[in-house]
Design a protein around this ligand. Structure first.
Ligand SMILES: Nc1ncnc2c1ncn2[C@@H]1O[C@H](COP(=O)(O)OP(=O)(O)O)[C@@H](O)[C@H]1O
Ligand SMILES: [Mg+2]
Length: 333
């Protein structure tokens, strides 16, 4: 296959995206595929090209459909500065996290351009990116999730609706950026202000003490459940990306049917958000053994030691095979 890995981008998770891409590229090459790399952040129309770009005239008849398809692919993707490798790829491997790469915008552009790409479509990625909408869909589908309110909210309202502590976070972010654990009323407003720097919508969610679990989903099947053990109360940016600060156990050591239940809920959450291809579903497990879904990552980290690849490996799918299956799923659509 000719695969173009689309990475970089302009979100706060740019470095994470590139870290994933480096390994995805190596894995796909190791399986004999022809791989190119594109950074979406470098795609723009230089000022010197604008006069030419904006000089199109309306003809007497509309262009043929074939011409339009070719044009759409050309025009839209030339914005990425890399026309041939985008147009000629059998599959675009989307290795972006956060921002326009994970909120459905890029997927919509690729849809219009007519190039096949990995993972979920525009709607699914957009739903998964918006934690408020996602949680409403979880509730509707019977997937347990912590109570929440959206800002603005006074400390009195939060105390009445949720109690303390709460987690304050941007509704559409990732990697724990802009997130605070708020233990007392006085900390609420500064936490909302911090989260508000990353998103105009801020969520205030009941804190669930307990264990942190994650489940990969691939091709309509829930993979192994894993547990994240980290020193801090929340799985923060530093713990996520500094080697040694968190330890992951796959499969997680869980009592009774908790693991099975998490896998069932993971698939339910994946479907509730209309996701396709693959995803990673995160849970908190409280002291009573009840899992609550935190979120679904439509484009989870993809280094060989990231959580989804570990979940796959524990289910018998090595990293290179995982990368390849993610591409093949697109081709068989
Ligand atoms: N309601 C909550 N209760 C307990 N911990 C939480 C809660 N919300 C978030 N966290 C902690 O913060 C981390 C990041 O939160 P999450 O909602 O997954 O956002 P992100 O998209 O930034 O990963 C979680 O993995 C978890 O450790
Ligand atoms: Mg998360």
């Amino acid at each position: 296959m000719r695969v173009t890995v689309l990475t970089g981008g302009t979100s706060s998770e740019r470095d994470v995206a590139i870290a994933s891409a480096v390994q995805v590229v190596a894995a796909l090459r190791s399986r004999g595929h022809h791989v190119s790399v594109v950074d979406t952040a470098k795609g723009y129309i230089p000022a010197a090209d604008e006069p030419h770009f904006l000089s199109g005239k309306v003809g007497r008849t509309p262009p043929a459909i074939e011409e339009l398809v070719a044009l759409e692919r050309g025009l839209l993707l030339s914005g990425l500065g890399v026309l041939p490798v985008m147009r000629d790829a059998d599959v675009i491997f989307v290795s972006l996290h956060g921002g326009r790469g994970e909120d459905g915008t890029l997927q919509a552009i690729l849809d219009v351009a007519g190039v096949p790409y990995t993972g979920s479509k525009a709607l699914g990625t957009a739903l998964a990116m918006d934690k408020d909408v996602a949680k409403q869909l979880f509730r509707q589908a019977g997937i347990p999730t912590a109570d929440w309110v959206m800002a603005p909210a006074t400390p009195e309202e939060v105390e009445a609706r949720l109690g303390w502590p709460v987690v304050v976070k941007p509704s559409k972010q990732g990697s724990t950026v802009g997130l605070s654990l708020v233990k007392s009323p006085a900390e609420l407003i500064p936490a909302i202000e911090l989260a508000g720097r990353y998103d105009d919508e801020v969520m205030i969610e009941a804190f669930i003490p307990g264990r942190e679990l994650t489940v990969g989903v691939l091709d309509g099947r829930a993979l192994a459940v894993g547990e994240i053990l980290c020193q801090s109360e929340i799985f923060d940016y530093e713990s996520k990306y500094t080697p040694g600060l968190a330890r992951e156990v796959f499969p997680a050591d869980l009592p009774g049917n908790v693991g099975e239940e998490c896998r069932r809920l993971a698939l339910g959450a994946h479907r509730a958000l209309k996701l396709g291809g693959y995803s990673r579903v995160d849970f908190r497990l409280d002291g009573t053994g009840q899992p609550s879904c935190l979120e679904v990552n439509a484009l989870p980290g993809m280094t060989a030691t990231s959580l989804l690849p570990q979940s796959a490996a524990a289910a018998g799918i090595p990293f290179a095979e995982l990368c390849e299956r993610i591409c093949l799923a697109v081709r068989s659509e």
